[in-house]
Ligand binder design. Structure first.
Ligand code: SER
Length: 320
């Protein structure tokens, strides 16, 4: 990787990945692709080039790739699961149409492409615990349909055209920088904001609902390490299960209470998010990622909780 285009650079993953890549690849162009209304600001804007790249517009992708001699594209444009249920046509247009546009440019210009998949690519018939790498998927959400299609399309472009496509199935991602929007796992971010602000948290997911989660520093490392990995050991490409922790609302609530004994949570279950969460696995088996490219998480729930509360408390002015 030298010259990298991040499509969706101002989103939850993109805003942090762009800065991380700029800190590592100091000799190249790390280009922040954005859409109108979501322009880069502050450090993200000042620290490197940016380009208008709407993933539904193939010419804009091609122009940025040409102008900056891009060799690697991070395709981070997507609608998260709950929003995608409200706007399924747009979710398909961005998730699948946008990926197709990206892969076509990558085929012509010989770029590598990273496109995240998700725990949302699985469905109710999938084995729930330690979900294997290769198993039945059959998602029920439009988000999942776009992710499974994206995995298959990316593998097709690798096998048929030799495009270097690689991907991981991200769990719910937790960070204190840019909030997610419209996902089913968002509660595990929102709960820390409530705790740091000293507010009661209304939990939209029911007790006993387990999902895989990951702290953003591990997710960024996964996205970079898989693109840097020697592919000679790859049996899979699109997409690898990765995992670091699995919990339900009670477990994260009690973990936060260890550091904030006054913190309170009540349940106000959102039927849409709850039904999506119930259709997803409890925990993934990431053996293939560990064996094929050396994946290993660094943060567990305790380490993540301490860091999230420290960072958010500093921002909201409340100390432990
Ligand atoms: N975080 C995503 C969502 O909840 C899942 O990958 O939609």
């Amino acid at each position: 990787m030298k010259n990298v285009l991040i499509i969706g650079s101002t989103g939850q993953i993109g805003s942090e990945l762009t800065m991380k890549l700029r800190s590592i690849y100091t000799n190249g162009n790390i280009v922040a692709g954005y859409i109108p209304g979501a322009e880069p600001k502050g450090e993200l804007k000042e620290s490197g080039p940016s380009a208008l790249v709407d993933i539904t517009n193939p010419q804009q992708i091609a122009d940025a790739v040409e102008k900056y001699q891009i060799d690697t594209i991070y395709n981070l444009a997507a609608l998260l699961s709950a929003v995608a249920e409200a706007k399924p046509q747009l979710a398909w247009k961005i998730g699948v149409g946008g990926l197709f546009n990206t892969l076509e440019v990558a085929r012509e210009k010989r770029c590598a492409v990273f496109t995240p998949s998700s725990i949302g690519s699985f469905g109710p018939e999938t084995p729930k615990d330690k979900t294997p790498q290769d198993t039945i998927r059959n998602p029920r959400t439009m988000y999942g349909v776009t992710k499974v299609t994206g995995e298959m399309l990316s593998d097709y472009y690798f096998r048929h055209f030799g495009v270097d496509t690689r991907s991981v199935r991200f769990p719910g991602l937790i960070s204190y920088v840019t909030p997610p929007g419209g996902g089913t796992t968002d509660y595990a971010v929102d709960i820390y904001y409530a705790a740091a602000k000293g507010e009661k948290f209304l939990c939209p997911i029911a007790a006993g609902t387990f999902m895989d989660m990951m702290y953003m520093p591990d997710a960024l490392r996964a996205a970079i390490e898989i693109m840097e990995a020697d592919p000679s050991k790859f049996i899979h490409r699109n997409s690898f299960n990765i995992a670091s922790m699995s919990f339900d609302p009670e477990i994260i609530y009690h973990k936060i209470k260890e550091y904030r004994p006054d913190f309170q949570m009540e349940y106000q279950v959102d039927p849409l998010r709850q039904s999506i969460a119930e259709s997803w696995p409890n925990s993934l088996d990431d053996t293939c990622a560990r064996e094929e490219w050396g994946w290993k998480p660094e943060y567990d729930l305790d380490a993540m909780t301490r860091d999230m509360l420290d960072k958010l408390s500093a921002r909201f002015g409340k100390q432990q």
